[in-house]
Design a protein around this ligand. Structure first.
Ligand SMILES: Cc1cc2nc3c(=O)[nH]c(=O)nc-3n(C[C@H](O)[C@H](O)[C@H](O)COP(=O)(O)O)c2cc1C
Length: 242
C-alpha cells in the first residue's frame, strides 16, 4: 500500500511539501513531513571526522525537527531519483529508483530506520518510522525510552538523549539476491548509515553513540517492531553534556 493511499494525502501534495521544505504537523494525516535537508555547506567533513567521539551524556535540551530530519537524511536520505545511473547493469536487477546517502549492496536498501523522540520540538513524544522517499515520519505509537534502555542493558544514554535512532534490517530483502551473504551486507550497511549519522551529528554540534549491546527480542517487543525488522543498532543523540 502506498504512503499516499495509506494516509490519504496525494503523492503530488507530499512532493510539493517536500520541495518547499514545509514541515507539516498534519491535522488530516499522521504523516509528518520533515524540513528539507541541507545538502550543501555545513562543517567540513574533515573536521567532523577529527572531532567525532562517542557521546553518552546529554544536556536536558530538545532537538529541533530540522536537526532530527538532517540526522535521518544523513543516515538514509534519498539523494538520487530518476533513471538508473550510467553503468547500472541489467543483471543486477531493476534499478529501484533512488540512491541514498549510504551505499547499499545491489541498491536493495534493507534498512528500516526508527526515531524514538523524547524531546524534539514539534514532535509528540513517541516512536516514528522514517520514510526516506518522502523524507517523512510516520508515527507508530507510544514508546518508553526507559523500557528501551532496560532492553539495552540499562544504558543511560538512551534515557538521557532527547532522540534515539534505531536501525533495523530486513534480511530477506538482501537475501533475495545475495542469499547467505545477506547478513554480512546488511551489517556493513548499518555501519555506513550509523557513521553518516554520527558525522552529521558532530557537524551540527550534536553527539551520539552507536549502541550494539541490547537484547534483540526485548528491543523488538518494546518498540513493537514488525517481526522481519531485526534491530541492529541504537543511536541516542543530543546536545553533548558536561
Ligand atoms: C558495533 C559497535 C557496538 C558498540 N556498542 C556500544 C554500546 O553498546 N554501548 C556503548 O556505550 N558504546 C558502544 N559502542 C561505542 C564504542 O564503545 C566506541 O566507539 C569506542 O569506545 C571508541 O570511542 P569513540 O567512538 O569515541 O571513538 C559500540 C561501537 C560499535 C562500533
Amino acid at each position: 500500500m502506498s504512503l499516499s493511499l495509506r494516509f490519504g494525502r496525494t503523492t503530488a501534495a507530499l512532493a510539493a511539501s517536500i520541495l518547499s521544505g514545509e514541515a507539516v504537523l498534519a491535522q488530516e494525516s499522521p504523516v509528518i513531513l520533515l524540513p528539507a535537508p541541507t545538502t550543501a555547506g555545513g562543517a567540513p567533513l574533515t573536521r567532523a571526522l577529527a572531532e567525532r567521539r562517542s557521546v553518552r551524556t546529554f544536556q536536558d535540551a530538545p532537538l529541533t525537527l530540522a536537526e532530527v530530519g538532517q540526522l535521518l537524511w544523513a543516515a538514509q536520505g534519498v539523494t538520487q531519483t530518476g533513471p538508473a545511473p550510467a553503468g547500472w547493469r541489467s543483471e543486477w536487477g531493476a534499478w529501484s529508483g533512488g540512491g541514498r546517502t549510504a551505499p547499499s549492496a545491489g541498491a536493495l536498501y534493507p534498512l528500516e530506520t526508527y526515531l524514538l523522540a523524547t524531546s524534539v520540538d514539534g514532535l509528540e513524544p513517541g516512536l516514528y518510522h522514517y520514510v526516506p522517499g518522502a523524507h517523512a515520519l510516520e508515527p507508530t505509537g507510544a514508546c518508553s525510552s526507559r523500557k528501551l534502555a532496560r532492553a539495552a542493558l540499562g544504558q543511560t544514554a538512551i534515557t538521557e538523549a532527547p532522540a534515539v535512532v534505531v536501525f533495523t534490517g530486513v534480511y530477506a530483502r538482501a537475501a533475495s539476491k545475495y542469499e547467505d551473504r545477506a547478513p554480512r551486507y546488511v551489517h556493513i550497511e548499518v555501519g555506513a548509515a550509523a557513521e553518516n549519522l554520527l558525522l552529521q551529528a558532530t557537524a551540527l554540534g550534536l553527539g551520539g553513540v552507536f549502541t550494539g549491546a541490547f537484547r534483540d527480542s526485548a528491543v523488538t517487543d518494546v518498540l513493537g517492531l514488525p517481526k522481519d525488522h531485526a534491530p541492529l543498532g541504537i543511536v541516542p543523540v543530543g546536545r553533548p553534556g558536561g
